[in-house]
Design a protein around this ligand. Sequence first.
Ligand code: 5GP
Ligand code: MG
Length: 206
Amino acid sequence: MSDNAALIGGFVIIRYTVAMQDDIDKVLFGTDRIATRVAELGREIMDAYGERADSITIVPIMTGAMIFAADLIRQLPARLKINLMTVSSYPGASIRTQGSKILEQQLGDVHGRHVLLIDDILDSGGTLKLVIPTLKKLGAADVHTCVLLRKDRETAREVEVDFVGFDIPDEFVIGYGLDYDNLYRNLPSICTLKKEVYAPEAAVTP
Ligand code: 5GP
Ligand code: MG
């Protein structure tokens, strides 16, 4: 292992500043596993769209989907367009949704386009339920959805999504674009946080 790498739960990850390194509880998915699944998702999406792939407009939901979308679009060999939407649901130091709100839209002309929404994680489903009708109102030919992670919660299972990277337990996760208080997005693996980071009082109570 090189000097700037560390081993956490059997995964090699880049060594970060001690402050960030120490906050990680466990690694759920390392970089290889993510890359393999993202490549598979790319093939699933290309197969599903077939000839229509050249009329796809990708809409990553910012900021969490930024890294996933950047990797996924490079696995989609189609003449696609990209537009952005910024939605906030876990503002600041929240670990449960505070209700989804569209903060910004740079959607351009999605009229007649096959829109593929990309989000990092499906939790309460509030984000997709908010965003899908907005895109339909703008005249998208159809709107499909791709999430990297889906939590094992009834609210998440009730929402229909077309492409899912991984099903995960109902835990708060960070890394690969996902944040806590706008931190940890640059971790290349998907991890859980130590409880004392987001609930310091709970962690010291026996
Ligand atoms: P939903 O609207 O389905 O409740 O949640 C979707 C959004 O909430 C995601 O795009 C993400 O921004 C945020 N979110 C939900 N669960 C988590 C989580 O475990 N970790 C982080 N960092 N964000 C989450
Ligand atoms: Mg989000």
